[in-house]
Design a protein around this ligand. Sequence first.
Ligand code: NDP
Length: 427
Amino acid sequence: MTVSTRRNPTQTQATVDRASDGARPQRLIVLGSTGSIGVNTLDVVRHLNETGAAKIDVVGLAAGRNIEPLIEQARAFDVPAIAIADEAQSPALRAALPKVKLFTGPDASLKLVEAIDATDLSAAIVGSAGLAATIAGIKKGMRIGLANKETLVAAGAIVTPLVREHGVTMIPVDSEHSAIFQCLQGAGVGCRVSGVGSEAETRNPKPESRAIKRIVLTASGGPFRTASKETIENATVEQALKHPTWNMGPKITIDSATMMNKALEIIEAHWLFDLPGEKISVIIHPQSIIHSFVEFEDNSVLAQLGPPDMRTPIQYALTYPDRPPGCSKALDWSILKTLDFEQPDFERFRSLKLAYDVIEAGGTAGAVFNAANEAAVAAFLNRRIRFGRIVELVAEALSAIAPQPADSLDTLWEADRQARAFVEQRT
Ligand code: NDP
C-alpha cells in the first residue's frame, strides 16, 4: 500500500501531527470489518491514506464467521492480526494467512484488542457481542469510533463512566449522533461522554444540558412508514429488508423497519449526550438528508445535512477535528427541492414508547431491551415469528424481567441472558 504524506490545505495541526509525522500514524483496529460499517470504514481508510489526508495503519480486524472478505481485507491492508468468533473457521484462516496473528472463539475480538498496540478502535460489531472488546479499547485509552449502538443501550451505565475515567475520546458513528455531536461542537457546547467535551467546557463553563433545550433525531420511517397496522403486523422478511434510503446490515435494517433502531438511538443519545428522555425527540424525515437537530435554549436550531452515506460520519470519527476532502457522496443542491417531515406514529410503532420506558426504568432495562430485540430479530429472520411479534416480545420481556441496578457487567450479562432465554422460549 502506497501512502502519500502530501499536505492538504484543509489540514489543521492535529492532522499534521497524525498524518505527516511518519513516526506516528494512527493504528486502527476495525471490529466487524466484514459488515456494512466495517467495509465502509476500510474504504474511508484507503481514501485518507491515498490522498495523504491521514496515515492510518490497520493493525487488527475482527469478524464473526465470514472469512472470505476477512482474508481479502487482511491482504489488502497488510494487517498483522485478525480475530474470528467462529472457531471452525480457524484452519482455513491459518492456511490462507500463515503469517498473521490469529485470535479465535467467542472472545476473539476482546483478545485482539487486549493484545495489539493500537490508537484507534472502530467498534462496528453488531449487537452486544461488541461490548467486551469496546470496553477493552476504552480501558486501553484508545480513541473509539462507536457504531455499535447496542454497547451503550445495554451497558451505558458502565461504559460512560469508564470513558470519563480513562479520558477517552468516543466519537459517535451513527449518523444521527454524529450530526448532534457536530452541531454541539459547532456551537461550542461540549459532549459529556467524549473527551473532547472537556476542551469545549473550558470555553463554555456552563453545564451543557443547560444550553440544550432538546435534540431531535431524524428517522427515515423505514419501509413501513405509510403502511397500515395490519400490513406491518404480517410483513415478510423480504419486505422488511427493503430499506428506502440506507444500505445496511440485516439486523439494523429490521430494526429500522420496526423503528427499534430509532428506539435504540434514543437510548444511545441519552447516554452519549447525558440527556433525559424528555429532551430527546424524534421526527420522521423520509429523505434522510438532515441527520438530526439540536435545539438550544435561545430557540436556535442547528442541523447537520448530507446524503445518506455512512462514509461521512465514519470519516469524521477518524479525522476529528479535521475535515479533509471526503470520499462520500456530496449533496446535489441542483436536485434538492423539498425536505419533508412527519410526526412519528407511536401507535403503529410501539418501539418508540418502549425506549422512553427503558430510560425511565434505568438499571438493567436497557440490557433486557437490547437482548430481547436481538433474539426476536433473529427469530424473525429465521422465519420463526411474524414481524409484529418482534416488538410484542420485547415489551413482554421488559414487563417480565424486573430491572436491577446496573452495578456490574456481570449483572448486565445476566439480564441479557434472561431476556434472550425469555424470547427463545416463546419463538
Ligand atoms: P453487519 O451485519 O453488516 O456487520 C456486522 C459485523 O459484525 C460483521 O463484520 C460480522 O462478521 C461481525 N460480527 C458479528 N458477530 C460477531 C462476533 N461475535 N464477533 C466478532 N464480529 C462479529 O452490521 P452493520 O455494519 O450494519 O452494523 C454494525 C453496527 O453498526 C451495529 O451495531 C449497527 O447498529 C451499527 N450501525 C450501522 C449502520 C449502517 O449503516 N450499517 C448505521 C449506524 C449504526 P461476519 O460478517 O463474519 O458475520
